[in-house]
Design a protein around this ligand. Structure first.
Ligand SMILES: Cc1cc2nc3c(=O)[nH]c(=O)nc-3n(C[C@H](O)[C@H](O)[C@H](O)COP(=O)(O)O)c2cc1C
Length: 157
Protein backbone atom coordinates (compact mmCIF):
# COMPACT_ATOMS: atom_id res chain seq x y z
CA UNK A 1 0.00 0.00 0.00
CA UNK A 2 1.80 3.13 -1.23
CA UNK A 3 0.78 6.36 0.53
CA UNK A 4 1.42 9.89 -0.75
CA UNK A 5 0.89 12.94 1.45
CA UNK A 6 0.59 15.86 -0.93
CA UNK A 7 0.45 19.27 0.62
CA UNK A 8 0.34 22.92 -0.27
CA UNK A 9 1.35 25.23 2.58
CA UNK A 10 2.05 28.94 2.28
CA UNK A 11 3.20 29.68 5.85
CA UNK A 12 3.97 26.20 7.20
CA UNK A 13 0.87 25.33 9.27
CA UNK A 14 -0.57 22.72 6.92
CA UNK A 15 2.92 21.31 6.32
CA UNK A 16 3.40 20.78 10.06
CA UNK A 17 0.16 18.74 10.19
CA UNK A 18 1.33 16.73 7.16
CA UNK A 19 4.58 15.97 9.01
CA UNK A 20 2.61 14.70 12.01
CA UNK A 21 0.53 12.43 9.75
CA UNK A 22 3.75 11.14 8.16
CA UNK A 23 5.30 10.37 11.57
CA UNK A 24 2.15 8.53 12.64
CA UNK A 25 2.07 6.43 9.47
CA UNK A 26 5.76 5.57 9.89
CA UNK A 27 5.06 4.50 13.49
CA UNK A 28 2.33 2.23 12.07
CA UNK A 29 4.86 0.59 9.74
CA UNK A 30 4.19 2.47 6.48
CA UNK A 31 6.65 4.33 4.25
CA UNK A 32 4.70 7.40 3.11
CA UNK A 33 6.09 10.07 0.78
CA UNK A 34 5.47 13.70 1.75
CA UNK A 35 5.60 15.94 -1.31
CA UNK A 36 4.91 19.65 -1.63
CA UNK A 37 2.76 21.33 -4.26
CA UNK A 38 4.93 24.32 -5.17
CA UNK A 39 3.63 27.06 -7.45
CA UNK A 40 6.09 29.06 -9.58
CA UNK A 41 4.67 32.19 -7.95
CA UNK A 42 3.70 31.56 -4.31
CA UNK A 43 1.25 34.41 -3.89
CA UNK A 44 -2.42 34.17 -2.80
CA UNK A 45 -3.27 36.70 -5.53
CA UNK A 46 -2.07 34.39 -8.32
CA UNK A 47 -4.82 33.51 -10.82
CA UNK A 48 -5.39 30.16 -12.54
CA UNK A 49 -4.16 28.50 -14.67
CA UNK A 50 -1.28 28.22 -12.20
CA UNK A 51 2.21 27.15 -13.21
CA UNK A 52 3.91 24.75 -10.81
CA UNK A 53 7.54 24.21 -9.85
CA UNK A 54 6.33 20.96 -8.29
CA UNK A 55 3.00 19.33 -9.21
CA UNK A 56 3.35 15.87 -7.64
CA UNK A 57 2.46 12.92 -9.84
CA UNK A 58 -0.17 10.72 -8.16
CA UNK A 59 0.55 7.61 -10.25
CA UNK A 60 1.78 4.75 -8.14
CA UNK A 61 -0.07 5.75 -4.96
CA UNK A 62 -2.96 3.70 -3.57
CA UNK A 63 -3.78 6.26 -0.87
CA UNK A 64 -3.46 10.02 -1.25
CA UNK A 65 -3.71 12.46 1.64
CA UNK A 66 -4.12 16.03 0.41
CA UNK A 67 -3.59 19.06 2.66
CA UNK A 68 -4.23 22.75 2.07
CA UNK A 69 -4.99 26.02 3.84
CA UNK A 70 -8.32 27.83 3.49
CA UNK A 71 -8.13 31.05 1.53
CA UNK A 72 -11.02 33.50 1.24
CA UNK A 73 -13.63 31.01 2.54
CA UNK A 74 -12.50 28.52 -0.13
CA UNK A 75 -9.90 25.91 -0.84
CA UNK A 76 -6.58 27.67 -1.63
CA UNK A 77 -6.36 28.56 -5.32
CA UNK A 78 -3.10 26.60 -5.51
CA UNK A 79 -4.61 23.27 -4.32
CA UNK A 80 -7.78 23.89 -6.34
CA UNK A 81 -5.81 24.34 -9.56
CA UNK A 82 -3.40 21.48 -8.78
CA UNK A 83 -6.38 19.09 -8.36
CA UNK A 84 -8.09 20.49 -11.44
CA UNK A 85 -4.96 19.83 -13.51
CA UNK A 86 -4.60 16.23 -12.24
CA UNK A 87 -5.50 13.60 -14.84
CA UNK A 88 -7.36 11.14 -12.56
CA UNK A 89 -7.71 9.82 -9.02
CA UNK A 90 -9.65 6.79 -10.14
CA UNK A 91 -9.17 3.75 -7.92
CA UNK A 92 -7.43 5.73 -5.18
CA UNK A 93 -8.44 6.22 -1.55
CA UNK A 94 -8.30 9.89 -0.67
CA UNK A 95 -8.15 11.87 2.57
CA UNK A 96 -8.41 15.67 2.72
CA UNK A 97 -7.26 17.97 5.50
CA UNK A 98 -7.41 21.72 5.86
CA UNK A 99 -6.03 24.32 8.21
CA UNK A 100 -7.72 27.67 8.72
CA UNK A 101 -7.42 30.57 11.13
CA UNK A 102 -10.82 32.18 11.55
CA UNK A 103 -12.69 31.36 14.70
CA UNK A 104 -15.39 29.07 13.34
CA UNK A 105 -15.27 26.40 10.62
CA UNK A 106 -18.37 27.96 9.07
CA UNK A 107 -16.18 31.00 8.33
CA UNK A 108 -14.51 29.15 5.49
CA UNK A 109 -13.43 25.69 6.62
CA UNK A 110 -16.70 23.88 5.90
CA UNK A 111 -17.25 25.37 2.45
CA UNK A 112 -13.58 24.84 1.53
CA UNK A 113 -13.85 21.18 2.57
CA UNK A 114 -16.97 20.72 0.47
CA UNK A 115 -15.01 22.00 -2.55
CA UNK A 116 -11.94 19.92 -1.67
CA UNK A 117 -13.95 16.68 -1.37
CA UNK A 118 -15.99 17.49 -4.47
CA UNK A 119 -12.87 18.07 -6.60
CA UNK A 120 -11.32 14.76 -5.47
CA UNK A 121 -14.56 12.89 -6.17
CA UNK A 122 -14.89 14.54 -9.57
CA UNK A 123 -11.48 13.07 -10.43
CA UNK A 124 -12.70 9.61 -9.39
CA UNK A 125 -11.12 9.46 -5.92
CA UNK A 126 -12.94 7.71 -3.06
CA UNK A 127 -12.81 10.06 -0.09
CA UNK A 128 -12.59 8.07 3.16
CA UNK A 129 -11.79 10.93 5.57
CA UNK A 130 -11.86 14.70 5.89
CA UNK A 131 -10.58 16.83 8.74
CA UNK A 132 -10.19 20.51 9.58
CA UNK A 133 -7.68 22.13 11.98
CA UNK A 134 -8.50 25.53 13.43
CA UNK A 135 -5.07 27.06 13.85
CA UNK A 136 -6.12 29.91 16.13
CA UNK A 137 -8.22 27.77 18.48
CA UNK A 138 -7.23 26.67 21.98
CA UNK A 139 -8.24 23.20 20.78
CA UNK A 140 -5.65 23.20 18.01
CA UNK A 141 -3.67 20.27 19.40
CA UNK A 142 -6.88 18.20 19.67
CA UNK A 143 -7.80 19.12 16.10
CA UNK A 144 -4.34 18.03 14.93
CA UNK A 145 -4.50 14.76 16.87
CA UNK A 146 -7.92 13.86 15.48
CA UNK A 147 -6.78 14.83 11.96
CA UNK A 148 -3.75 12.55 12.29
CA UNK A 149 -5.97 9.75 13.60
CA UNK A 150 -8.58 10.07 10.85
CA UNK A 151 -6.19 10.51 7.95
CA UNK A 152 -3.85 7.70 8.91
CA UNK A 153 -6.71 5.23 9.45
CA UNK A 154 -7.53 4.78 5.78
CA UNK A 155 -9.83 2.04 4.64
CA UNK A 156 -8.59 -0.33 1.99
CA UNK A 157 -12.02 -1.55 0.85
C1 LIG B 1 -4.93 34.91 1.44
C2 LIG B 1 -5.40 34.22 2.69
C3 LIG B 1 -6.76 34.03 2.88
C4 LIG B 1 -7.23 33.38 4.04
N1 LIG B 1 -8.58 33.18 4.19
C5 LIG B 1 -9.05 32.50 5.29
C6 LIG B 1 -10.45 32.21 5.45
O1 LIG B 1 -11.29 32.55 4.62
N2 LIG B 1 -10.85 31.57 6.56
C7 LIG B 1 -9.97 31.16 7.53
O2 LIG B 1 -10.40 30.57 8.52
N3 LIG B 1 -8.62 31.40 7.41
C8 LIG B 1 -8.15 32.04 6.30
N4 LIG B 1 -6.78 32.28 6.15
C9 LIG B 1 -5.85 31.76 7.16
C10 LIG B 1 -5.19 30.45 6.73
O3 LIG B 1 -6.15 29.52 6.25
C11 LIG B 1 -4.46 29.79 7.93
O4 LIG B 1 -3.54 30.68 8.51
C12 LIG B 1 -3.78 28.49 7.52
O5 LIG B 1 -3.47 27.74 8.67
C13 LIG B 1 -2.48 28.77 6.75
O6 LIG B 1 -1.92 27.54 6.37
P1 LIG B 1 -0.43 27.44 5.81
O7 LIG B 1 0.50 27.94 6.89
O8 LIG B 1 -0.24 25.98 5.54
O9 LIG B 1 -0.35 28.26 4.57
C14 LIG B 1 -6.30 32.93 5.01
C15 LIG B 1 -4.92 33.14 4.81
C16 LIG B 1 -4.47 33.76 3.66
C17 LIG B 1 -2.98 33.96 3.45
Amino acid sequence: MKIGIIVYSHTGNTLSVAERIKEDLIAKGHCPDLIGVIPSIDDPKVKPPIEFKSAPDVDGYDVLLFGSPVWGFSLSTIMKDYLTQLPSLSGKRVGCFLTHAFRYAWLGGNSAMKQFKGLCEKKGGKVFATSIVNWSSKGREEDISSTVERLSSYKTT
